[in-house]
Design a binder for this molecule. Structure first.
Ligand SMILES: NC(=O)c1ccc[n+]([C@@H]2O[C@H](COP(=O)([O-])OP(=O)(O)OC[C@H]3O[C@@H](n4cnc5c(N)ncnc54)[C@H](O)[C@@H]3O)[C@@H](O)[C@H]2O)c1
Length: 363
């Protein structure tokens, strides 16, 4: 990447006070010496290998470092004994901080530890994936897998500070970039048709123009900030951020996580739109224009087999369901997304099956 656009910081209000998201032109800087010496760094092992030199200042002076391979198993409850033993053996104290360096998986692990270990520690975040920079780094949530159930345990524990340097995105695999773009498309669709059309028109530039990407990272966070500041605890307005997620989580679970999170969410948004379109919701033209971009974003994963019964089983166990009813976020006739509750009737199942089969057939 060349000289990159750097933005002024963004302040996000939370139930424990405001925190700043700072945009940096170099990676892994921003924390003062006093913070670093009292820090336990929890680092994505791949990032540690790729950025050994850039991480010297942080990891070389921290109280301890724990490297973790970023897999869904790593954020399973069963893996936590090892992390806790490491921190206790590293003499973690109540005044110490945790520092997450990585994507959403490292964030979820660190945030959950910060919420629970010694009844609460402060944590800082250096997000290194597009998904984490453009979406998950704000909003306070930690989400941990239990057994085969995704994101079942969780807390609302905002970081104290977030440092974003898009320079580290140059080493991301293309499917991880598209995974992040999936969440960026989501917030732009939620923001309304004009926002979606803008990012859809710039879709190809998100892969080739660093300033364009940085601008959309910032814009995505601004949109999300407006929502999480109004409803941090997901009791009303914030539910719409789950657009594409019930289906996306079911796809992730049914495919044993072979489809990356944001790609599965992209498929989930396309399925939500399809259901809306086929039941008198969004008009055909709007459906088609969104379908074109969403399909482009999940391209390459359409052929992943999605076992139907596993898909419905996971959908039925979604934590947002109410009694026997599924709680889904679907676009209405004006393409405005809203929560609906419905039974998984045979008609509903048939439409899901038609969509999943047609997605596979299109490869
Ligand atoms: N807590 C939340 O608010 C929240 C929100 C959205 C998603 N999530 C969770 O986040 C997880 C997905 O996170 P993610 O998409 O950020 O990816 P990730 O953490 O799963 O990482 C994806 C891959 O990218 C690699 N990687 C990370 N940074 C890199 C870099 N700079 N260069 C090269 N490789 C790099 C990792 O090693 C890994 O192989 C899911 O478990 C999802 O449920 C949490």
């Amino acid at each position: 990447m060349g000289a990159l656009l750097v933005f002024s910081s963004l302040t996000v209000a939370s139930h424990v006070g405001p925190y700043a998201v700072e945009f940096m032109d170099r990676p892994f800087v921003g924390l003062g010496e006093r913070d670093i010496v009292n820090s336990h760094c929890i680092v994505d092992a791949r990032v540690a290998r790729l950025y050994r030199d850039e991480l010297v200042g942080l990891l070389g002076n921290a109280k301890s470092t724990l490297e973790i391979e970023a897999t869904e198993t790593a954020k399973n409850l069963l893996s936590f004994t090892h992390y806790i033993e490491h921190l206790v053996e590293s003499k973690v104290r109540r005044g110490d901080r945790l520092v997450a360096v990585g994507g959403g998986i490292i964030q979820d692990i660190t945030c959950f530890l910060a919420a629970t270990l010694l009844r609460g520690l402060d944590w800082y975040f250096y997000p290194t994936t597009l998904l984490a920079q453009a979406d998950s780094c704000i909003g306070s949530k930690s989400s941990i897998n239990v057994g085969k159930y995704k994101n079942l345990l969780g807390t609302y524990t905002p970081p104290r500070r977030v440092f974003i340097s898009p320079t580290v995105l140059k080493t991301l695999d293309v499917h991880d970039r598209r995974s992040g773009i999936g969440e960026m498309l989501k917030v732009h669709i939620i923001d309304g048709p004009a926002s979606f059309q803008k990012i859809a028109a710039d879709y190809d530039r998100l892969f080739s123009d660093d300033d364009c990407l940085a601008t959309y990272i910032r814009r995505s966070l601004e949109i999300k900030k407006g929502i999480v500041e109004e409803d941090e605890f997901d009791r009303g307005l914030r539910n719409i951020m789950n657009y594409g997620h019930s289906f996306g989580h079911a796809i992730e679970a049914a495919t044993d996580f072979r489809v990356p999170h944001g790609i599965a969410v992209t498929m989930g948004m396309d399925l939500a739109n399809f259901l809306s379109f086929r039941t008198g919701g969004i008009p055909s033209m709007v459906y088609s224009s969104m379908h074109a971009i969403l399909k482009k974003n999940y391209h390459g994963f359409e052929a992943t087999p999605i076992p139907i019964e596993e898909f419905f089983d996971a959908l039925g166990k979604d934590k947002k369901n109410v009694g026997s009813r599924l709680r889904l976020i679907l676009p209405d006739e004006l393409a405005k997304v809203r929560a609906v509750e419905l039974e998984a009737t045979p008609e509903f199942r048939d439409l899901c099956i038609i969509f999943l089969r047609s997605m596979r057939a299109a490869t």
